[in-house]
Design a protein around this ligand. Structure first.
Ligand code: ADP
Length: 492
């Protein structure tokens, strides 16, 4: 702990109270021991690193003074020298509790009050006892010491939060009033919340599953229950109570993942299409090289190689998307590689890549000639790609698919309209929010495992944008991602 503030504070106390020695200890709620934070005897600083923490169960004179001071919130005075970890403290020795208290913030809440440490003052200058004024002064100073100690404890708490943040499983600390005290990044993504600290569990709970776990833990039962996050991902949640009646909730990825096999199958299937195109093109190039090269072959080769590169970049994106989906699955945030790019170029690239998928539909594209925006180019391409692929999948050949890009008020609305099977109204809210969700009407359609829209929504929201779906059964659907043109990093 950085104690230079406490060191300076203790010097000030010595001048005010006119004593020669001071010691400030913090009380650890975890093991009920006193940890020395600063100590000086006359002009000499005592090396606190060499001092052991004080256990109040110890049978030393000092431990019993400390115990009484803290438990009865009273000053103790020793008229004889007090021995502390091998140091003789010359009398008189005043031992006073450091109490931290806070007025209620909310209605119905009690004033918070807890002992956070102990202050010792010894060897009053020019006198052999502390008088009433010294006690009053010491009280005021101990309230200041409380603020300093709590501030230092909070700094340590931030370190705990930093450690929490790096853990890939979701962790939350919940207090007695069911309020979240700390939550890490993974728990925010699992629960689909941008912030959790300070919220009540009931505010963010999904189908009361977490409240149930809290009830179980309070009833003294160890629980491990299967839990479905708002994103539809299976998690195992554990609850454990702490010594001070708080509850730690931990979520980890469910070991049983029915989607995994299906996902691998789907990805392999999807990767085969561009790979077949690449293979075919390379074979043609090979054949050209095998014979005598004719005039114009250079151009042809260029074209074939160009197609290969395009399909390779499509494969790259598909692999990237799969990797990102698995990151989301374990509760990690999406990482964006933000840069400035021309959205129209990017869309042209998707249209070329998807030629084989879209050639049986009547494709209408409405967009400006150039539109520069900031964002993760590859991921924004995935948005357009997913919307177009779905339109082609869920609308009959021969119908019209309209892709439009409309810039407006610093944003761009990317929409794909189809004349397909449509989506029942009560399913609209679940698309892109629950992994694996498919509408009943789409289930007889080939392929599809209900992950593309989850990814699309995440990518849209990670860019500070919004995804909207309008649809009418049997008539068609419009999927829209509205994205800001200038990227502002979100803080979570
Ligand atoms: P999938 O791989 O199943 O298509 P998505 O996440 O892309 O997964 O979509 C989730 C579900 O949303 C689909 O299974 C389908 O039920 C519905 N859906 C998505 N796009 C459309 C669309 N254009 N028309 C009708 N239903 C759609």
């Amino acid at each position: 702990m950085n104690s230079s503030t406490l060191d300076r504070f203790s010097e000030k106390v010595l001048q005010i109270v006119r004593a020669n020695g001071i010691g400030i200890f913090s009380l650890s709620a975890a093991d009920n021991r006193l940890y020395p934070q600063t100590m000086r005897n006359g002009s000499a600083h005592i090396d606190i690193e060499a001092l052991d923490p004080i256990d109040m169960e110890d049978e030393t004179e000092f431990a019993s003074f400390a115990w009484r001071a803290l438990n009865h919130e009273v000053h103790q005075v020793a008229e004889e020298p007090v021995s502390l970890s091998g140091h003789e403290l010359p009398p008189p020795v005043m031992i006073l509790p450091i109490i931290w208290s806070r007025e209620p913030i909310e209605e119905g809440e009690d004033t918070l009050r807890r002992a956070v440490g102990l202050m010792l003052l010894w060897n009053k200058r020019d006198k052999d006892r502390f008088d009433a004024d010294d006690h009053t002064l010491a009280d005021t100073l101990s309230a200041q010491a409380a603020a300093l100690l709590v501030e230092e404890q909070l700094a340590e708490f931030e370190d705990i939060q930093a450690a929490f943040a790096t853990v890939p499983i979701g962790l939350m600390l919940v207090n007695e009033t069911e309020r979240i005290v700390v939550a890490n990044q993974a728990s925010r993504s699992i629960l689909g919340q941008t912030s959790l600290t300070g919220k009540r569990i009931s505010e963010i709970d999904y189908q009361n599953q977490l409240v149930k776990i809290l009830d179980y833990v309070r009833a003294g039962r160890t629980v491990q229950s299967s839990f479905i996050s708002p994103n539809g991902v299976n998690f195992i949640a554990n609850g454990q109570s702490t010594d001070d009646d708080q509850i730690i909730l931990a979520f980890s990825n469910s070991p049983i993942n029915q989607d995994a096999e299906e996902l691998v199958g789907q990805v392999a299937h999807e990767l085969r299409t561009p790979l077949t195109v690449i293979q075919g093109n390379l074979q043609t190039v090979e054949a050209l090289f095998e014979g005598e090269l004719q005039e114009g072959d250079g151009e042809l080769i260029n074209e074939f190689v160009g197609t290969c590169l395009l399909q390779a970049s499509r494969m790259y994106r598909m692999i990237d998307e799969t990797l990102n989906l698995s990151r989301i699955h374990v509760g990690k945030e999406l990482e964006l590689e933000v840069r400035e790019f021309d959205l129209i170029d990017a869309v042209d690239q998707v249209l070329l890549e998807l030629e084989d998928r879209l050639n049986r539909h009547n494709l209408v594209v409405e967009m400006p000639e150039h539109l520069v925006m900031e964002g993760d180019r590859g991921k924004i391409i995935s948005i357009v790609d997913n919307y177009l692929k779905n339109a082609a999948k869920y609308a009959d050949p021969g119908t019209t698919i309209t892709l439009s890009l409309v810039p407006k008020n610093g944003s761009v609305a990317i929409s794909v309209r189809d004349e397909g099977i449509g989506i029942p109204e009560d399913s609209l809210a679940r698309i892109g929010r629950e992994a694996g969700f498919r509408t009943d009407v789409s289930k007889n359609q080939a392929g599809g495992i209900g992950l593309g829209m989850v990814y699309t929504r995440r990518v849209t929201e990670a860019h500070g944008g919004r995804m909207d779906i309008e649809s009418e059964l049997g008539v068609g659907s419009v999927f829209t991602s509205t994205l800001p043109l200038v990227h502002t990093p979100t803080s979570s």
